[in-house]
Design a protein around this ligand. Sequence first.
Ligand code: GDP
Ligand code: MG
Length: 359
Amino acid sequence: MGACLSSDETRRRSRAIDRQIAIERREVAKGSTMPTLLLLGPGDSGKTTCLRQFILQHSKGFSHEDRIGFVPAIRLNVVRAFAMIAEAITVLNLVYENADSKVRVLVRYAASIGIFQNLQNVIGALSRRLCQFYWSDKTVQGVLQYANEFNITDNCTFFFEKLEAVFDDRYEPTDQDILCMRTPTEHVSEHRFLLAGAPLRIFDVGGQRNVRARWISYFTDATLILFVASLSAYDQKLEEDGLTNRMHEALFLFETIINNPLLADKSVMLFLNKIDLFREKVARSPIARYFPDFTGKADPVKGNTYFANKFRRLNKYGEKRKVYVQNTCALDPKMMAKTLYIVTDVVRRFNLQAIGFGF
Ligand SMILES: Nc1nc2c(ncn2[C@@H]2O[C@H](COP(=O)(O)OP(=O)(O)O)[C@@H](O)[C@H]2O)c(=O)[nH]1
Ligand SMILES: [Mg+2]
């Protein structure tokens, strides 16, 4: 009986995905003459952050309403990171420096009731004062060295350092806050830009395993694939299964994309993102522990080259298939301005070609 129900459920979900893909295909077809950039890569690699940089640099940026709309998600980032820290402290059997169990209980409560189901309650329960008290605990701060093992969000310290502002009633997130927050992309989002008068649209399709089925429906109309992989993922495990090494997953995904015949005539850019976190962690988290054939010890430049070559070697088309590889820190506006210029150049060439000037 149970098996029957679950297969019904599987069929129902599969039909729902098919319907969604059909709708999305029609939407894609509507604007098929416009150059289209498709953001691909595993979850948490920085795709949406790159898109947000694009919005900041190539459109009007974020309105007051947009910013206020981000507030619950930013507070959820804080609560979620504290819940993960509480979990790590329990698993590692560490002792809190502050003996105030009330705070610990509240944070455990946040973890146990399921932070996604009852967001308002949790945020109400974890007032600014309690968060600040929790963050001041040396054990809490110390546990961040194990962030990779417990999937503790990358930029949580940035928000922990400004709890006063984040929990203020008049809080309006800054550009940097919006770049540092994490909101997993569950639905496809389409964004249109005008670059020197020429249109460009970007699709952010999400990277988690459960949303990748829809990627293929966007392949035909893509002009440029921007694959984003996190360099700092070499010592992390996937959120989806808690087992697979994230860098292995990124390499596997890139291989399927770069060698896909449907994408053979598309331009591909590879952003090796989170270079800032990578440089900072290589000394304390040896690459060879996760990739035993790496011999460069704690040298971030050698590590960077090692991973860039690993990605490059996956391209079975060789010289026929040019891939632009770029180190990026998606939080850094200056670095991204230079990098995004390459994107705009590809778009410019596409537009020239469309009006009869080949290249
Ligand atoms: N330190 C740092 N954090 C980054 C960088 N790029 C993205 N992030 C953070 O990584 C998290 C996930 O980014 P997001 O763009 O949502 O990933 P996506 O799932 O690929 O769309 C967010 O908290 C971002 O602020 C980077 O280059 N450096
Ligand atoms: Mg995203």
